[in-house]
Design a binder for this molecule. Structure first.
Ligand code: PBE
Length: 268
């Protein structure tokens, strides 16, 4: 592989997502780290715009390199591959963790316990994402999943009492994966009587509001690598409830038909 000069074809450009995303910072690191990416740049826009560009490139069998992640519906929709990352810039397997504000356990023990017990698989999350990508509203997709997965949901609410309209604010970023998880958790908490608000923010503010106690929590902490900087900065002022999903991954993703397997084989 590596016969084709994709650098030239792509204008030395990697299609990124939101500027604050960890995977964009990772891609910028990769540009600094790999000689093969000298002179490349990472464009930023949104997860939705990236998905649209990816779909358009695939429709016309053109090359494209995107900042990608798993779980994501794009792997079910298209034939894609991660470029090998021999320098380990993007880290190894990631997990997604739940972070809540200090004081939540005392003030809202049932909310705290549900958030602590929330845990599912990459396949579960993908199901919700595919439903949304297929046209369902996020809230409706969450309710569909909950209706089909009563047993899992019972484990999350196990040992908790219903409440009467207690307010909880969860924060998230509008990444497809986090739209799915945050809506599912919110719907489960609503069924338990909570009045749940979910607020989309950029990545930095998402971490910050939990650390300052301005929001109650989030289920969107990608660690150890993707949000490593944010975690280091805020870990002393928030409560880490551990993994809610294992086997996540981030990196550079390309259509299978591209004749390149490793970041090292791109051209400066
Ligand atoms: N993502 C999805 C995020 C974490 C979840 C991979 C786009 C990021 O890069 O920060």
């Amino acid at each position: 592989s590596g016969e084709t000069n994709y650098g030239e074809e792509l204008g030395y450009s990697i299609t990124g997502i939101e500027a604050g995303a960890g995977v964009v910072a990772g891609a910028e690191d990769a540009v600094e780290t790999y000689d093969s990416l000298e002179g490349w740049e990472v464009t930023t826009s949104s997860s939705g715009a990236m998905a649209t560009e990816l779909g358009e490139a695939i429709d016309s069998e053109e090359p494209i390199i995107v900042t990608g992640w798993t779980p994501h519906w794009k792997f079910a929709e298209y034939d894609l591959k991660y470029l090998e990352d021999p320098e380990g810039v993007f880290g190894e397997a990631e997990e997604i963790r739940t972070m809540v504000r200090e004081g939540l356990e005392d003030e809202e023990p049932d909310a705290y316990q549900i958030l602590d017990q929330f845990s599912w698989t990459a396949e579960d999350m993908e199901e919700v994402m595919l439903d949304i990508n297929g046209g369902a509203e996020p809230q409706e997709a969450a309710q569909n999943w909950i209706a089909d997965n009563e047993e899992a949901v019972n484990e999350w609410t196990d040992g908790t009492e219903e409440v009467d309209g207690n307010e909880i604010e969860l924060v998230f970023v509008s990444w497809d994966s986090e739209i799915a998880s945050t809506n599912v958790v919110a719907e489960v908490m609503k069924e338990q009587g909570f009045d749940v608000t979910i607020t989309p923010l950029d990545n930095g503010p998402m971490w910050e509001t939990v650390a300052t106690g301005d929001s109650d929590g989030m289920v969107a902490a990608w660690l150890p690598a993707t949000h490593g900087d944010q975690f280091e900065q805020h870990k002393d002022s928030l409560v880490d409830l551990g993994a809610n999903l294992e086997g996540a991954k981030v990196g550079l993703v390309v259509p299978d038909y591209m004749d390149v397997d490793s970041i090292e084989d791109l051209q400066p």
